[in-house]
Design a protein around this ligand. Structure first.
Ligand SMILES: NC(=O)c1ccc[n+]([C@@H]2O[C@H](COP(=O)([O-])OP(=O)(O)OC[C@H]3O[C@@H](n4cnc5c(N)ncnc54)[C@H](OP(=O)(O)O)[C@@H]3O)[C@@H](O)[C@H]2O)c1
Length: 245
């Protein structure tokens, strides 16, 4: 288990945000260095035939995951740098349909630099975007779905398909007793799409299902003093070591 703090309020825009692991104590590191450490960990600790699952969330100390329906007001520069660095270090990024709709998901990696870095490391430029949905009520004009270059996996128990989306869409249909079988869906991502590391960005509904099924290897969480304020801590926790949020 590790905990790191990052404070950025007074930093110049070109100054790198440094994060510090608290448990166990670690040297200050940039978001990219923390993401690189996670990448190594994923290689070492992936469960057999399923991706290594990393869950990233920000919440207030009293447990709120959004302010007026959006998570962005909770974050700051340190959180955002880590958010993007984690995206650049994984094979797939997954979110529930509620989050994708509310946050209006677009391309997962927008900047040239991280895309180039992925190419240099032998990865595709973009992680596979995975949307977990029951009803498939996903508007075709969502920026991610309207992008013909986007590769999107819809993870669902439903036999239905989306219409009108320009993105390259694949379906991972894993149904069991009328509900989504998440372990089977993750195994299919591993087998069909070679997903070895998967970042889950929430929201709370999807997270609760993943955690209940013991499918998360690591949590990264930023906690804010309730109800809002300056970030006080960023926790990185290994499920294998007893878990901690
Ligand atoms: N603070 C943070 O770090 C953070 C991160 C992410 C999101 N958020 C916030 O959280 C809010 C959304 O919360 P939420 O809990 O509704 O989000 P969510 O988990 O992203 O979305 C819930 C929806 O995802 C689908 N889904 C999730 N798990 C499923 C399962 N096991 N089987 C089938 N479908 C499943 C269903 O989609 P269908 O409705 O299509 O059937 C369900 O209605 C937004 O306000 C967002 O801004 C905060």
């Amino acid at each position: 288990m590790g905990i790191a703090t990052g404070s950025n309020a007074e930093r110049a825009p070109d100054e790198q945000v440094m994060l510090r692991r608290l448990l166990p104590p670690g040297e200050p590191a940039t978001a990219q260095q923390i993401a690189d450490q996670l990448e190594l960990s994923a290689t070492e600790h992936s469960p057999p035939a399923r991706p290594y699952v990393l869950l990233n969330m920000i919440s207030t100390a009293d447990g709120r995951a959004s302010i007026e329906g959006r998570s962005r007001p909770l974050g700051d520069r340190a959180d955002r740098e880590l958010f993007h660095a984690l995206r650049s270090a994984v094979d797939a990024v997954m979110a529930g349909a509620g989050t994708v709709r509310t946050e209006r998901y677009g391309p997962i990696i927008r900047e040239d630099g991280p895309r180039r870095l992925r190419r240099e490391r032998g990865r595709s430029e973009q992680p596979l975007a995975c949307i977990v949905s029951g009803r498939l009520a996903l508007p075709a004009d969502l920026p991610l779905l309207a992008d013909p270059d986007a590769r999107v996996a819809i993870i669902t128990a439903s036999p239905a398909s989306l219409t009108g989306a320009a993105a390259q869409i694949e379906y991972v249909r894993a149904e069991r007793h009328g509900s989504l079988d998440l372990p089977r869906a993750l195994a299919e991502l591993h087998e069909r799409f070679a997903v070895r590391s998967l970042l889950c960005e929430g929201g709370p509904h999807l997270n609760s299902h993943l955690l209940a099924a013991a499918l998360v290897q690591r949590h990264v969480g930023v906690a804010l003093p309730a109800p809002l304020g300056v970030p006080v801590g960023l926790a990185v926790a290994d499920e294998q070591q007893g878990g901690h949020r």
